[in-house]
Design a binder for this molecule. Structure first.
Ligand SMILES: O=C(O)C1=C[C@@H](OP(=O)(O)O)[C@@H](O)[C@H](O)C1
Ligand SMILES: C=C(OP(=O)(O)O)C(=O)O
Length: 457
């Protein structure tokens, strides 16, 4: 793993950034397009580790993909039932969207499924999804024993058909699901629900975390022509998905607004102005919340109105870090923004609390523990509770930040490094999970503000 010297700057930053496509939208479009009956072309998909793993896993179901670099478009030929072996193995890396979304879909085509992943993926929760599949007649075994990082892809779990589905039953199949450890269990069931013979009724017990990602799933299903009804009570939400074949039309993937976070944080930390011309005017992405967070943190945002189409401009005066106000943020619905907001909190003079984020212990790494470790390593003070982070005192001392295989911890280090000269990141290539162009885009943004001696890696 090459160590990366994070560039530091001491003047305001100004720039414009064309962000790559959203991981969450790309992987939803891929899985829906693969279930269709004819070819679909997706414009500006994200090409990164998580989306390539999704393509390879759908490839094991006989789908095929052809990316045209010139037009930045991806042609998708749907799943070919005949090509699927009875016993199927797919690989999900460390991608929650691949490991979880593909499982119920693959089981519609094979009798036994083995899912492989990175050693670190053994720590990510999966049982709630498998418990739901057990209600549809599947047995499973989960392999949770820790294995060394170098072990390469290892089996995460196996699922096999034990009793036939309620074939003679005329009512829809029904499952309960718990979505408090990850919204992806619910999204996974929803994304292939229409493919079961009678559709699927899914009852999700509250709390349902990362609500924006569930909205994105529902929106994608609607765009694919799937009929669904949603019924809410105080205790649960029930989704009734009619049987049918998802059929996407030509789709364009929006810019990844969660990955906009580190760049927005850079402007906040150093002062300056950042234009993101492809910020969508309307979106279900969690990252759209950056506009509100940035304003609460003292910045100004101007976004497109209906007359102006898409685009957003973030402007920050210098010195926002010295504000001593106590700030509290509830990120239950927007959890994946936490590591970036944590970097900003670790740079603030005032105390900051982030709540509603206990489920981040099951992300790429235990993000609560990782953030506290790294803040302390950098001379700051922070603590983690069951579902919150509390930042007491800002970071002071450069150190080598550990990425823990986590793309968002790698960018956490880059943000701190902007204002603390001498910070290194042990594995900046963790960013290839969702943004292989991170290093280049970061260099482009900070280059005009850099002293020349700071430009080398
Ligand atoms: O459905 C999705 O695309 C995602 C859902 C969220 O997962 P959790 O609900 O597990 O936090 C989010 O954090 C992840 O980055 C992407
Ligand atoms: C939690 C994340 O990823 P995944 O889709 O692998 O769950 C994330 O990107 O912050």
């Amino acid at each position: 793993m090459p160590t990366w010297n994070a560039p530091s700057v001491n003047t305001p930053i100004a720039g414009a950034l064309a962000l790559p496509g959203s991981k969450s939208l790309t992987n939803r479009f891929l899985i829906l397009a693969a279930q269709g009956s004819h070819e679909v072309t997706i414009q500006q998909p994200l090409e990164a580790r998580d989306t390539q793993l999704m393509q390879a896993a759908l490839g094991a179901l006989g789908a095929s993909f052809d990316f045209d670099d010139k037009t930045q478009s991806l042609r998708i030929v749907p799943i070919n039932k005949q090509a699927v072996p009875k016993e199927l193995t797919i690989e999900g890396g460390l991608a929650g969207t691949v490991i979880r979304f593909l499982t119920p879909l693959a089981l519609q085509y094979c009798e036994k499924l083995t899912v492989l992943g990175d050693p670190a993926a053994r720590k990510r929760p999966i049982r709630p999804l498998l418990n739901s599949l057990a209600q549809l007649g599947y047995d499973f075994e989960v392999f949770e024993e820790p294995v060394p990082d170098e072990a390469g892809p290892v089996p995460l779990f196996e699922v096999r058909k034990s009793t036939p589905l309620n074939a003679e039953d005329t009512s829809p199949n029904r499952v309960d699901v718990e979505a408090k450890a990850s919204s992806q269990f619910l999204s996974a069931l929803l994304l292939s629900a229409a493919g079961w013979p009678q559709g699927l009724e899914i009852c999700a017990k509250r709390p349902i975390i990362s609500g924006t990602h569930v909205d994105m799933t529902l929106d994608s299903l609607t765009q694919a022509g799937i009929t669904l009804q949603v019924e809410e009570t105080a205790e649960s939400v029930t989704y009734r998905v009619a049987p049918g074949r998802p059929q996407l039309d030509q789709m364009t993937v929006e810019a990844d607004l969660s990955n906009a976070g580190p760049f927005i944080a850079a402007i906040w930390a150093c002062g300056g102005k950042l234009a993101i011309p492809n910020w969508p005017a309307q979106t279900t992405q969690a990252g759209d919340y950056w506009r509100e967070l940035f304003s609460i943190l003292g910045g100004k945002v101007s976004t497109a109105t209906e007359d102006h189409g898409q685009g957003a401009v973030f402007t920050a005066p210098e010195g926002l870090r010295t504000n001593e106000e106590y700030l509290e943020f509830d990120l239950q619905a927007h959890g994946e923004l936490t590591p970036t907001l944590a970097a900003m909190a670790a740079l603030r003079q005032g105390k900051t609390k982030i709540t509603g984020i206990g489920h981040l212990r099951g992300h790429e790494t235990d993000r609560l523990a990782a953030i506290v470790n790294e803040v302390k390593r950098l001379g700051g003070e922070a603590e983690a509770g069951e579902d919150f982070l509390l930042f007491h005192a800002p970071v002071t001392t450069p150190a080598q930040v550990h990425a823990y295989h986590d793309h968002r911890m790698a960018t956490f280090g880059a943000i701190i490094g902007l204002v603390l000269p001498g910070v290194q990141v042990d594995d900046i290539d963790a960013t290839t999970k969702t943004m292989p162009t991170f290093k280049d885009l970061w260099a482009q943004l900070v280059a005009p503000a850099l002293p020349e001696s700071n430009l080398s890696e």
